[in-house]
Ligand binder design. Structure first.
Ligand code: ATP
Ligand code: MG
Length: 359
């Protein structure tokens, strides 16, 4: 069980300066009450309305490593008389007049693909899920919202495709065999251009992606998120009605707190979680066809059980996956009969069952 001091120390690791305040979470925490059962109640100053979610995410990031904590409850209080703290730079959409969540016209279902940490195969899952859905006859779009490391253009072989704007000044997504694809990667002059978009610019770029794109009619829009629990996730969840999130993890990763944080973030933001995808779950020997659970077995299943989540698919690790991605043809198209492709098709089937594209 952590001590009060340890909790305070952990709160010091999360800055609140992006909310226009000085210091860290510890500086706006006025009371820490922890009972012997590990139930923690924090009293936290709310600098302005609309930042409750971001503060909760910061809290989860700060406290996520204390596995002994049974529950964390936050009581926000506003200063009396209600006065804003020293003039802070406003983060659009997080200030008082929080915009209502909207649907993107013409799109029936929106699915987020996220993960606690990087490199677990989010983009691979997002791209192959999109292709598998499309092959089931659905109209599908794939939005690469990983502004920090877009990889969808590479996976789909669309690196050199120029985007166009139609006569209504709306962005026309690229198209790959009927799959509509939009990525910041497609809007950059070349892949070495650094994209350091923070705050207002970032929000604006995402809003543009959401509403200024001519997607046409779509049954499913699959969104590939950057890793972790940051601004992009928050902006999307606050602006958009999302039908479900898929959390990608690997057997090694699930033991860590990152995936817990990702799950907690979606729950906190009110985004329904469709389930987990265990990527690189096992290795199929290309010679004898035998499966081996090289990274250990059962960890993701147990985690899913603990959190009452579905394990939507277990994707094997196969060299053809990265080979296909490097060649710009997702494995589901390039090797449709492979074990991996079958797993991705199962994932698509689970998604359609959980959130059918309504007529
Ligand atoms: N099942 C798999 N079998 C073999 N290789 C895989 C598999 N899944 C992903 N990879 C490879 O692992 C690497 C990371 O995958 P990917 O880019 O999809 O991860 P990511 O979570 O989107 O990463 P980032 O956090 O950087 O966005 C890629 O080279 C990809 O081809
Ligand atoms: Mg990625």
């Amino acid at each position: 069980m952590p001590t009060r001091e340890e909790i305070l120390k952990a709160l010091e690791t999360e800055s609140v300066e992006d909310l226009g305040l000085k210091g860290t979470l510890a500086d706006i925490t006025k009371e820490i009450n922890l009972d012997e059962k590990g139930n923690l109640v924090l009293k936290i100053l709310l600098p302005k309305r609309g930042v409750e979610d971001i503060l909760k995410i910061k809290l989860m990031n700060a406290l996520g490593d204390f596995e002994d904590l049974n529950s964390v409850k936050v009581e926000f209080f506003t200063p009396q008389p209600p006065q804003a703290p020293p003039q802070a730079p406003q983060i659009p959409t997080l200030g008082p007049g929080l915009p209502a969540k909207r649907k993107i016209p013409g799109i029936k279902r929106v699915i987020l693909v996220g993960s606690g940490k990087g490199g677990v195969g989010k983009s691979t899952v997002a791209a192959n899920l999109a292709v598998a859905l499309k092959e089931n006859g659905f109209k599908v779009g794939l939005l690469d919202a990983d502004i920090y490391g877009p990889s969808v253009p590479t996976i789909l072989g669309l690196k050199n495709v120029a985007l166009t704007v139609n006569d209504k000044q709306r962005i026309v997504p690229a198209e790959k065999e009927g799959l509509k694809v939009l990525s910041i990667g497609l809007m950059l002059p070349n892949e070495d251009t650094p994209v350091i978009w923070r705050g207002a610019l970032l929000m604006k770029a995402i809003q543009q992606f959401l509403y200024e794109v001519d997607w046409g009619e779509l049954d499913y829009l699959v969104i590939d998120l950057p890793p972790g629990t940051g601004d992009v996730q928050l902006t999307l969840a606050q602006n958009l009605i999302i039908d479900g999130a898929i959390v990608v993890t690997t057997p090694q990763d699930v033991a860590l707190s990152d995936v817990r944080k990702a799950v907690a973030m979606f729950q906190e933001l009110g985004v329904p979680i469709l389930g987990l995808v265990e990527n690189m779950a096992y290795f199929v020997c290309p010679h004898c066809g035998k499966r081996s659970q090289i990274f250990g077995e059962g960890k993701v299943k147990n985690f899913a059980k603990e959190k009452n989540l579905s394990l939507l698919a277990e994707i094997p690790i196969e060299p053809i996956v990265s080979k296909a991605s490097d060649e710009g043809i997702p494995v589901v198209s390039a090797y449709p009969e492979s074990e991996t492709s079958k797993a991705f098709k199962k994932l698509a089937k689970e998604v359609v069952e959980k959130i059918p594209a309504k007529g």
